[in-house]
Ligand binder design. Structure first.
Ligand code: HEM
Length: 504
């Protein structure tokens, strides 16, 4: 194994370490298993890209992930499947309360999705192919090779298109990502981590390693005495007697999010009385960054824009959201708080906070960000439509959006928490009656109160409210998948198809 740190990078799928950004052409396939034996044969030889580095960047990449239905179809024993997290087993659309919490209501309701909308419609396999421009067809032919046509039934090929890191509303995307502490040097001790840090314990993203609580996230552990195939799996660090099917794997969350680009810019244009500068101001306030990616907080912290791609900042100097509104997309997605709110440095103040006294209203739900980070790996789709063209009455229609993908070790604490408590909640950080301006639905509360507002104080603190915000983003599909490490993939491919344990 290649060990530049403690990490077995050649057992990790590359997507955990690299975004494959230079591989502009992509093809995301949703597959069902048609023939289990043929599928296992294909899987055992599939050219999956690992995360070890070479001097030259690869020209192609292939990653794979399975839904729980896929693992069951491949005859992974139920006693092993039980080791995965509940939300993975139940699935994204498995119960109504989860759909409500994720904001999958009204136009986002799973029954209206194009794929993944019911338990039976969840694809077994998600195959992600990446290639340099013009090389995708050749790569796909190579990948499919023998057994593929017999093994899998293609449910659909998700639309993707390279539009140079610009998402369809026109903003640079993919700037802020957590940095994984591959060398495992940073302490997770609460007493040593009172400030926001972008560096995260590997166990937040990769299964089988300590997370930000210093604990191991639950995943299937197998006794090699009872299952001889498991002998090839990595050891479980926390239970050395057992083998770890999760280690070097992760959960992959995917949501196809359709964006109404003309609707977004036309609404803002009307709101700005067709003043292009004002239109741009409202849009940047909703995102929290300018279209070129500069954070709105930038002018208040000299030098940050040039450093770390404009990502080395917190909102500590802007507690009321006068520069970057509290409800802005990037502020909801990552409030950049440490374990203690700004200014809490003394031992006495910390004690008061730990005991829960003196909590200001704006601190509601803005929990310490380090437990709720996402490694985003999505791609956009649809033709480019500039804001200037989008406002024209004859702007071309067309389906545009994001294949939102994030990798997390804990679906409920990371993706579901961010989506529910931060993105679609109508109360966030002291603001009320508004949901995420980009991704929120606009359903009123049970008592009839509306949620279609967006509040943005100006620099002097005067509140400006945008009312009757339409829903700009609609969910078209989604699911929870397990992206195994390479040895785990070999194990999955080798499990016997007669459903019996492989005990010797
Ligand atoms: C169509 C829907 C979406 C659009 C157009 C969109 C767009 C953007 C843009 C322009 C940025 C700023 C650039 C960057 O830091 O990468 C951003 C950041 C981010 N978005 Fe989204 N996004 C969408 C959906 C989502 C969803 C559903 C989530 C999570 C549930 C999410 C989570 C994040 C996170 C975590 C960041 C980084 C925040 C930070 O650390 O500063 N986004 N998004």
């Amino acid at each position: 194994m290649n060990k530049t740190s403690n990490f077995e990078f050649d057992d990790l799928q590359g997507l955990l370490r690299f975004g494959h950004g230079k591989l502009t052409d992509t093809c995301f396939l949703l597959l069902n298993i048609a023939d289990v034996d043929a599928a296992k044969q294909w899987l055992s030889a599939a050219p999956i890209t690992d995360a070890s580095t070479t001097d030259t960047l690869p020209d192609t990449a292939l990653q794979i992930a399975f839904s729980v239905e896929g693992l069951r179809t491949l005859k992974l024993r139920e006693s092993v499947i039980e080791g995965f997290s509940d939300e993975f087993i139940v699935g994204m659309t498995g119960d109504e309360s989860r759909s409500r919490r994720l904001g999958d209501v009204d136009d986002n309701t799973p029954s209206k999705w194009e794929w993944g909308g019911s338990e039976t419609a969840v694809p077994h396999v998600l195959l992600l192919l990446y290639a340099r421009q013009g090389e995708l067809d050749h790569w796909r032919t190579t990948v499919e090779g023998e057994h593929f046509a017999e093994a899998f039934h293609l449910l659909s090929q998700l639309p993707t298109q390279s539009i140079n890191d610009i998402e369809p509303f026109g903003f640079v995307d993919g700037i802020s990502q957590p940095t994984i502490d591959w060398m495992q040097k940073q302490s997770t001790d609460i007493h040593e981590r009172d400030r926001y840090s972008n560096l995260l314990a590997p166990g937040e993203m990769v299964l089988g390693y300590p997370n930000e609580y210093g604990h191991y996230t639950p995943r299937p552990l197998i006794d090699p005495q009872e299952d001889r195939l498991a002998a090839e799996l990595p050891d479980a660090e926390d239970e050395p007697r057992l083998k770890d099917l999760g280690r070097n794997g992760t959960y992959l969350v995917i949501r196809q999010l359709s964006q109404d680009v003309p609707g977004f810019w036309r609404f803002l244009d009307k709101e700005a009385a067709s003043d292009a500068d004002r239109r741009e101001q409202i849009a940047t306030a909703m995102v929290g960054r300018e279209r070129n990616g500069t954070p709105l907080i930038a002018e208040h912290i000299p030098g940050i824009a040039a450093e770390d791609h404009g990502n080395n900042f917190t909102f500590d100097l802007d507690p009321k959201g006068n520069h970057c509104p509290i409800g802005a997309h990037i502020r909801r997605a990552n409030p950049r708080t440490g374990d203690f709110p700004p200014g809490v440095t003394g031992l006495f103040s910390r004690l008061i906070k730990i005991l829960g006294f003196a909590q200001a209203p704006e601190e509601d739900l803005i929990a310490s960000s380090r437990f709720h980070r996402l490694l985003r790996r999505g791609r956009s789709y649809g033709s480019v439509l500039s804001p200037e063209d989008a406002v024209k009455p004859d702007a071309p229609a067309g389906d545009r959006g994001i294949q939102f993908i994030c990798l997390v070790a804990n679906i409920s604490r990371q993706f579901e928490f961010v989506q529910n408590a931060w993105m679609v909640n109508s109360k966030f950080g002291g603001v009320q009656n508004e949901r995420g301006p980009l991704v929120g639905h606009r359903k009123p509360l049970i008592d009839g109160q509306s949620t279609d507002h967006f509040n943005r104080p100006d620099a002097a603190g005067t509140m400006r409210t945008v009312c009757h915000l339409p829903q700009f983003v609609t969910v078209r599909g989604g699911g929870y998948f397990f992206m195994p490490g390479l040895r785990a993939l070999k194990y999955i491919a080798a499990t016997p198809t007669n459903g019996r344990d492989s005990a010797s």
